[in-house]
Design a protein around this ligand. Structure first.
Ligand code: HEM
Length: 220
């Protein structure tokens, strides 16, 4: 959910890789939600369709949030420049959390607020999920050119909240399953790598610059 970048690294390679139109990414990104809805509506989502639907929406939320955070490292490590897709990926993550939350409120809890409020307040994994969702709202609302221009450098600071959002999402997921097996481990490792990259971004960028300089000199 970050801007079509004006950062120095992005300027160094000005041409964004755009093999797929951004609107097409939104359509493709929403296919899992429509597909699981269809399966549920036609009685093909297993013994507990509401929970399966809810879980799958939650997983797609995490996947899109991770994909959003992967855009910068992929570029800095020499991969394609997918920055033009970053906002769409982040917004898809937001939409999936919103769908997940809506299914929880309606199909799971039937809008019974006498059960929902204690859930949110007293069950730590739901409290953490809710915090993740609340932090996502300002990010989604400011994912547009107008806000980027208006907020200036504060925009980048605000969007660092996305690091806390993914931590909340993954902790919520692991706590809700109460186990730590392959699936949970994969999401934890991916999150740690993507956030670890931010911690070591400067030395990594310096190392890449040195490597490119050495290559250029070797060619000359
Ligand atoms: C960043 C936000 C969130 C993410 C990424 C997320 C993701 C997930 C994932 C992946 C699961 C599946 C766990 C499993 O396989 O058992 C899950 C479960 C669940 N989530 Fe979320 N979630 C988020 C926010 C919320 C919110 C705001 C609520 C409600 C207030 C919520 C309620 C639930 C519930 C009730 C379950 C367990 C359903 C059950 O097993 O009965 N989540 N979430």
């Amino acid at each position: 959910m970050t801007a079509t970048s004006t950062r120095p690294a992005a300027r160094a390679r000005p041409f964004n890789w755009l093999p797929v139109k951004i609107w097409a990414l939104y359509i493709v990104g929403l296919i899992p939600a429509v597909w699981y809805f269809y399966l549920g509506a036609t009685g093909n989502l297993g013994a507990d369709p509401v929970v399966t639907f809810e879980h799958n929406l939650g997983f797609w939320a995490i996947r899109f949030l991770l994909a959003t955070l992967a855009v910068t490292p992929i570029f800095i490590l020499g991969g394609p420049n997918l920055i033009a897709y970053r906002r769409a990926l982040g917004l898809l993550g937001f939409w999936y959390v919103l769908f997940h939350f809506t299914v929880y409120l309606t199909l799971d809890r039937a809008l019974d607020f006498s059960a929902i409020i204690p859930d949110i307040v007293k069950r730590p994994y739901i409290t953490i999920g809710m915090l993740g969702f609340i932090m996502l709202i300002p990010l989604a609302l400011t994912s547009n050119r107008f806000s980027i221009r208006r907020l200036g450098p504060r925009w980048n600071k605000l969007h660092k909240l996305s690091y806390l959002v993914i931590i909340a999402g993954v902790v919520h997921f692991v706590m809700s399953t109460k186990v730590l097996i392959v699936e949970q481990t994969i999401y934890i490792v991916l999150t740690a790598l993507l956030l670890g990259f931010r911690v070591f971004k400067k030395p990594i960028m310096n190392w890449r610059k040195e490597r490119m300089k050495a290559k250029r000199l070797a060619k000359a």
